[in-house]
Structures are given as C-alpha cells and as structure tokens.
Design a protein around this ligand. Sequence first.
Ligand code: GN1
Ligand code: MG
Length: 367
Amino acid sequence: MNFNLTDKDIITSAGHFDIEGNVVHLEECHNGHINRTYFLTYDTGRRYVMQMVNTDIFKKPDEVMENIVGVTEHIRRGYKAKGIDAERRALRVIWTKSGKWGHVDRRGIYWRMYDFVEDAECYMKVESAEMFEKVGFAFGQFQRQLADFNASVLHESIPNFHNTEWRYANLEKAIAENKSGRAHLIPDEIKFALDRKHITSFINESIANGSLTLRVTHNDTKLNNIMVDRESGEGICVIDLDTVMPGSVLADFGDSIRFGASSAAEDETDLDKVYCRLDMFEAYAKGFIQGLEGSLSESEIRALPMGALILTYETGIRFLSDYLDGDVYFRTEYPDHNLDRARNQFKLVADMEKKMDEMNAIVAKYL
Ligand code: GN1
Ligand code: MG
C-alpha cells in the first residue's frame, strides 16, 4: 500500500462521490495504522472523511462496506425509534455517483467517503477518568445497539482477527520463518511471548463452554476510534467500523483498556512510564457495564480483567510478529517501531499481571 498520491489524485477520486461542490481544502489524518485517511472541505462549507482502504488487509472491501452500511443503518433506526436525532451518532456512508459504496481508481485503490462528524474530537490520550467513563459507556452502548442485529449477514472482514490462539500460531510461524532476519535480536521478547501461551485459549474456551456469549462487537475499540462531543464530552459516534464482526465482549473491553488505561502512548519507549492506570480501568469498566444496560452476565463481567490482559498480550504479539515479518502489516514510522510497540505492550501485560487481583475486585463492584 505504498502509493505516492498527489492532492490531484485524491481530489479526482473524490469527484466520483455524490457530493455537491468542489474541494477547497485537503488534509491527511495520521492516526490509524492501517488505512489512509484524508479530511476534505468543500466550497459548500461541508466536510467529509475520505479513506483509502488497505486492500492488502481488507481483501474484500465491498464486503466491509456492506457490513458498515448495515450496522450504521441499524444504529440509525434504533435512535430514530427512540426519537433521538441520529445525525452525528452513526457514521454516514456517502455513495458514489454510480450508486456504489466505494470508488476504485485507475491504480486499483479502493476509496470510500463518510460525512465528517462536526463539533467532536478524536483523542489519542485519555484526559480524565470522567471522559474515559463516557467513552466506555458509548462503546458499551454500541454493542448494546447491535444486540438485535442479525450477525449472520456480517462478512468476516479479517478472519481470526481476535482469535488469540491463531495469533500465537502466527507468531510461532513468524519466528520460524524469520523473514526479516531479526529474530536473534529479540530473544527476551520472544521468550516473554512464548511463556504466556497458556492465556491464549481463554476466550475460545469460554465461548465453547458458554461462559462468554458471541455478540456483534466492534473489535478495534481504541480511544481514537470514537468521536467525543466537544460540548458534552459524550462519546458521540463510534468510527472505524471495518472489523465489526461476531466476537466476545472481552475484545472490545480489553482493547479499550490496553490503549486508554495505559499511562503512556502505545509506542512510548521509556518503559518506566508505561503501566496500567487502575483509576482509568475502573472508570472505563463502570461506563462500559452501564452502557451494556445489564446485558452482561456475571461470568462476562468477572472475565473483563482477563480481557484486558489478553488483548494487550495479543496486540503485543501482533506487533512482534510484524517486526519479525519485516513490517508488512502495521504502518511504521521508523525501523524498530513495531518492536518498540511490542515492548510497550509487554510492559503493560507484566503490570496487569501484578494488578489482576485489584482489577478483579474493581469489576466485582459492578456485578
Ligand atoms: C490497528 O487501524 P487502527 O490504527 O485503528 C489494528 C488494530 C490494533 C491497532 C493497534 C484492522 O487499528 O487491530 O489494535 O492498530 N487494526 C487492524 O494500535 O488490524
Ligand atoms: Mg482507527
């Protein structure tokens, strides 16, 4: 996905979408690790988000869009039924002039377009426990809103996405193949990852034995995948819906914690600065459980801390595998970026292991 795009290329592709007016301003957003995102302002004063879908990763982008259209329409209908204005609360997909969900340009790039959610902010770092509680509530509500969505119509946009056992097998493969030739540089990180094989089956086993239910989940609940209303501080609109698929509640809870309850950025290299903030863990747990409106079972609530640990570990081994594979999946800004991210996640894992009893006591308050 290394294309040298000019503004003209992007604006030409934007011209295929059913939007009134002309582009007067174009700006790249550097947040995501997978797709490329641009903000477009038109002479009508309206703004849009245009994305180049990474088709190396999302091999069937039309299926991804079908999922997104289905899910956002479902959420919009739910708000309407409650008499709530859904305008800024569900992503709106802009269709192409020929009635499609995406435009494929002459290089084969798949473009899509959304309405820009105005008067809202996307954060890279949690600013207060109050804010994180509201974000938790919004992600809980998102899952709640999809409780009656027909999961059988969803395409699996990335197979095995949060199958931790599969991720582990993939790490073993990356070590054995050692495509980058870097394996000898990181024996400690490899050992840390392999030593924790026993946690990888927890989610699959819990689903199999019925203690966790399969739900429609977001699967990428990073803080920067929600728009926060500037006035109310409410998590107003959940974005980045590429990986909405059937999954476990632990994935959505855990991924939010590993990112938002961390004391530092995902790629902070001073590991003394990286630990899990229990105040943030509690704020998110409280909001998330409330957002799910009593639909979580006791065993699901009790398993939430394991979800935080497993998702952090899983993300760590994904970064490590990509480092071994030669940085082919996540977008990196410098050669050891994936290694720094993996070390950072592993520091967080070690810290969570120490804090497991405290995390268990926190969730027990919300049973
Ligand atoms: C990717 O695209 P983005 O940056 O929201 C990744 C997530 C990881 C995350 C790590 C499709 O999310 O699974 O947790 O990076 N998305 C995909 O920051 O792989
Ligand atoms: Mg994102």
